[in-house]
Design a protein around this ligand. Structure first.
Ligand code: NAD
Length: 297
């Protein structure tokens, strides 16, 4: 049994923490929202009034927070996790954040003789609930081996991506590619339909031909061909367009910093910005097909 402090019990963090409780670990949760804490207690977890007191008795800290700003504020500074952690505590940040912030926090942790992993996930809320997330993990080998046992409970696929920050690199590059492929898939289905080819027939052909991709075969943006895709459920997320835009913006920040051209990544960002401006960013990211077809303005 490992003593875990879990910080950030939102849509993702709560089911992840519950899975650790279910597996027999001693989990103490923290969140700014009272209701999330109550949910963890109902599942057999604990909550504590004082994070820094709890850290003294913990072996691992896991954070699942909205952005780099939140991660820095929780880890750094006099009141932060790093200053208040006993030697040997392993820190794991599973939030999706910018590579620079991830590397900065990990460097401060290492200077304080603490091991840290960046371990962002893909798989969404359903993956978090089912314990089937993919973890992309940056940090040294020793820390990875130590953290893997817990990550294996919350995930179906735990991959070591190399040095600190590389988990975030994998996450934002993967999601930039995902946005591009979803927009491409949507354009193809829309054009096929306008030319008189019905979606199911186009799917049957393209899903076994060279246009095949995950956005088509697992998450098809038109209703029908893939019954589990959000298109069959009024584009209820799933993975929202707002979260996709967040990740695309991270990819564009990273392109700027590294002076790397990502023209399709840049264009995809503009497309999802349109979803945001129109107030459609609460739709699943496959709902972008409605923008492409002209159904949304
Ligand atoms: P969320 O907004 O539902 O949860 C974040 C939680 O952090 C909230 O409950 C909030 O109260 C809490 N929080 C914020 N600041 C805090 C602080 N200082 N101390 C304690 N708690 C604090 O977000 P989410 O959907 O759970 O996503 C979390 C992270 O996972 C994000 O970085 C997101 O990009 C990433 N992610 C989300 C999904 C998804 O489908 N939701 C998929 C993959 C990755």
């Amino acid at each position: 049994m490992t003593k875990v402090s879990f910080i950030g019990l939102g849509n993702m963090g709560l089911p992840m923490a519950k899975n650790l409780v279910r597996a027999g670990h001693d989990v103490t949760g923290f969140d700014l929202v009272e209701g999330q804490l109550t949910e963890l207690v109902k599942s057999g977890g604990k909550v504590s009034e004082n994070l820094n007191d709890t850290l003294k008795n913990s072996e691992v800290v896991i954070t699942m927070l909205p952005s780099g700003k939140h991660v820095k504020s929780v880890y750094l500074g006099e009141e932060g996790i790093i200053k208040n952690s006993p030697a040997g505590l392993l820190l794991i940040d599973s939030s999706t954040i910018d590579v620079e912030s991830a590397r900065e926090v990990e460097e401060v942790a290492n200077k304080s003789n603490l091991k840290m992993l960046d371990a962002p996930v893909s798989g969404g809320v359903t993956g978090a609930e089912a314990g089937t997330l993919t973890f992309m993990v940056g940090g040294d080998e020793e820390a990875f081996e130590k953290g893997k046992e817990l990550l294996d409970i919350m995930g179906g696929n735990v991959i070591h991506a190399g040095q600190a920050g590389n988990g975030q690199v994998a996450k934002i590059c993967n999601n930039m590619l995902l946005a591009i492929s979803m927009i491409g898939t949507s354009e193809a289905f829309n054009l096929a339909e306008r030319l008189g080819l019905d979606s199911q027939t186009f799917y049957d052909i393209s899903s076994t031909a060279s246009g095949q991709c995950w956005s088509m075969t697992s998450y098809c943006p038109v209703p029908g061909p893939v019954p589990t895709s959000p298109a069959n459920n009024n584009y209820k997320p799933g993975f929202s367009s707002a979260l996709m835009l967040k990740d695309l913006r991270l990819s564009q920040e990273a392109s700027k910093i590294t002076n790397t051209e990502t023209p399709l990544g840049a264009h995809s960002t503009e497309v999802y910005e349109k979803m945001e401006k129109g107030g459609y960013d609460n739709l699943d990211f496959s709902g972008v097909i409605k923008l492409i077809s002209g159904e949304l303005k």
